[in-house]
Design a protein around this ligand. Structure first.
Ligand code: FES
Length: 124
């Protein structure tokens, strides 16, 4: 479908509004999901899908989700880091359900789920 100049101007205005909203949001968040071979074979893809879905469902505009390669800790996959404010928290041995919980508790409610973190799992 062809777009008119007016359509394009409207789309541009909406995009600018979204960017301004994003800038006004408090601390933005970045989630970095390990998508190396072992991560994928351990189930990282469904975790990534669950994170993207939960972020989208909640209309969170200040969350950036990115993939990374090998993290060097196969036995703890699937894993991802959450960067929020000045803090980085590493979640390990994740499932899609646990990934959704992290979005709700950590990203939205600003409460780290300590039992899923690398510190808790490594100290068992
Ligand atoms: S192959 Fe497993 S962490 Fe790199």
């Amino acid at each position: 479908m062809k777009k008119s100049i007016a359509d394009l101007a409207r789309i541009r205005q909406e995009a600018l509004k979204n960017i301004q909203l994003r800038d006004q949001n408090e601390a933005s968040c970045r989630i970095v999901v390990g998508m190396g071979t072992c991560g994928i074979s351990a189930g990282a893809r469904p975790c990534l899908t669950a994170i993207v879905d939960e972020v989208h469902k909640r209309g969170l505009t200040n969350v950036q989700i990115v993939q990374t390669g090998c993290v060097g800790m196969c036995r703890l996959e699937p894993m991802f880091d959450v960067y929020l404010g000045n803090e980085k928290v590493t979640y390990v041995d994740m499932t899609p359900e646990k990934s959704r919980q992290v979005v709700v508790e950590h990203v939205v409610n600003k409460r780290v789920i300590h039992e899923y973190t690398i510190g808790a799992v490594e100290n068992k």
